[in-house]
Write a protein that binds this ligand. Sequence first.
Ligand code: ADP
Ligand code: MG
Length: 826
Amino acid sequence: KENTSAYKGNAKNKIMSQPTIFIPVDRSPEIQEARLKLPILAEEQVVMEAVRENPCVVICGETGSGKTTQVPQFLYEAGYASGGGIIGITEPRRVAAVSMSHRVAKEMNLPTQVVSYQIRYEGNVTSDTKIKFMTDGVLLKEIQKDFLLQRYSVIIIDEAHERSVYTDILIGLLSRIVPLRNKVRHTLPLKLLIMSATLRVEDFTDNQKLFKTPPPVIKVDARQFPVTVHFNKRTPLEDYTGEAFHKTCKIHRMLPPGGILVFLTGQAEVHSLCRRLRNAFPFRKSTEGEEEADTSEAMRKFKKAKQKKTMSLPRIDLDNYSALPVDEGDEDREAGIEDEDDGGSDIDLGDDPTDGETKADPSIPLYVLPLYSLLAPEQQAKVFRPPPPGTRLCVIATNVAETSLTIPGIKYVVDCGRVKKRFYDRVTGVSSFKVTWTSQASANQRAGRAGRTEPGHCYRLYSSAVFGDFSLFSEAEITRRPVEDLVLQMKDLNIEKVVNFPFPTPPSAEALAAAEQLLVSLGALEEPPVKAMQRARLTCPITPLGRAMASFPVAPRYAKMLALGKQQDCLPYVIAVVAAMTVREIFEDLDRPARSEDENSKLTQRRARLAQMRRLWAGQGASLLLGDLMVMLGAVGACEFAGCTPKFCEDNGLRYKAMVEIKRLRGQLTNAVNAVCPEVSVFVDPKMTPPTELQVVCLRQIVLAGLGDHLARRVQAEDILDPKWKNGYKTPLMDDPVFIHPNSALFKTLPDFVVYQEIMETTKMYMRGVSAVEAEWVPQLLPQYCHFGSPLEAPTPWFCSSTGTIRCHRPSTFFRVGWQLPAVEM
Ligand code: ADP
Ligand code: MG
């Protein structure tokens, strides 16, 4: 704080003597007028002075104070895009990159060739571009190509408070690039601006590892009107969407005019609440169809059509869906911090939730709009326009509306208090979306949205006691997830000593070491010398295989499979299998308990159908040994063959959303593979034929090479001392047996060796995504896990089986994990 005020004084004195270049901008009078109301405008001189005087500047300001839209304009006007370099702005969310570039172009009255955006595989950047909005993943990739970022004169890291992994890494990298750029001759100096919505910026400023001299912090005071916060008295309900519905109805019926903003956690919830509210307060010129041009809408129409017994099935525009921006790294990251949908729940739209509810007095229509990150830009733009006269604006949003986008005219906020977050399983590396409580800082940000134009109210759908239990701030994402993909990306940037990297919040040393170890065993990093191995193995350089893997937008284990995939023309299958494995769950959960008799018989029927399909997809003989992955491959092939329709999925127990996602991923992975090895030139074949027997064998080996650390051995009957081990498998990491799930294609086969995708604990420890492995492949394909030599000299096995380690046929060959293996000529 001291820093700030001292700085301000200083700047005012100096500004007189600074010559300023001024690039004129031709703004319309309305825009000009609106701009002048933004708090950041009052700080223009302070900001520009600080930028001139310092290599790095931090700007903190309430959401809506004009940081994102105005700061790039200040820099442009001061000539930062006219001296041979351009202005780059990174956003953690694609939606912000696209919508802000449009907005700034409009404000400046410049074409999109000049104010452009780039999200991976999509953008409108030209050689005339002066201001470039991009996702942080895009800038990270650019650093991989040109470490000094010579095209840029300024980099603005926006929304730094989100603490997305890529933002954190970018700040770490830029803390090194900026001084380098300013040292290297014949290059322009580079300026770094970090913009944040909260005042908690110590991780960036008071961090000796990052910046030796702490950068000045400019605080922008936003005119914020008081917001009265109302807590729920009751203990929070599970059904917060229903609670949000009642609260919104109440506000609309009883409270004076003013827009309502409701915070929910995901796309499916947003749509369901939009529907309920539109039914309760019908809007004459209903734009519902138009506003819900997404897959759930297609599903709804489809159901309606079915009810009417019409023959024509609506076909959603799948090409449109797959043309959605496909970002390599971004994809995961953006999903990690916001409202990516885990799917499923919005498929079953059979029962209309407003049924049986009392219709509200529709005298003032409610103009209901959804807002979430994957919404088409034209639909998003609607929230910025004034609602039709005589209506009340009501925006149902995900976290996007918390700090990325500011909606005008909001007086009431309804906050469910939850957020959908990506969680990563440390053991399996598989991630999932879970709805959890948000942080106090986020809840306050949400409340603040109500006080932008006049005093407002925030209704929290939880009690103050619950609020008291929220964490103060959201954790940096980097501390919550496994880091092998990050470590690989950093090694690809030739950062060998990852432990020394100036992370704003470093991941634990153990997490980094574990990541490095996995990458070494996958062959992505060079094997360290023995001595280094005994210490932390954190300095291994990347291998050519690692470079190829780094360019695939999936976790390293799957990237390895892609990298190996071109043998025996297996690549299309590997891509399909990896896409299917990366999507959380492709089958509908039909094992759930039924809610009614009627549903029960329906479920029983569908279960039988799905079981039949699984058997069909698994095939017989050789193909059966690929196990659950063969089932996935069969399902993907069959579904695409049938045109990937909601009907096909429903009939066969597949999750429509998952299948659409797989289709999109296949396209994305295919592009990535073609970019790495153009000579193979794969394409997505919607009429993929099943793999040959030879290809199945090859696929099983490729899977083994990727999932090698997820190997399990069946405990032989003669070794079973404890009945709990019957039909059990032993894994390197666990003391207890794991099992093949009754739904698995290999449940009856019980192969001696398998690899699995992950372990899930339900009634037992079950392996998911199981595929059979031939024992003799192990020393050939996974020599890194084997010890070849006298058993006595073997390093400590990963675990001791219940009967101790077992010798191989050939006495000198010893498998490190203590499993019996046939002799192999190496
Ligand atoms: P910050 O980055 O500080 O949160 P912004 O620069 O995003 O602030 O927003 C400044 C103002 O511009 C807000 O009042 C917002 O409503 C307005 N604004 C942003 N985008 C649009 C748009 N597409 N149409 C109309 N107004 C917009
Ligand atoms: Mg902003």
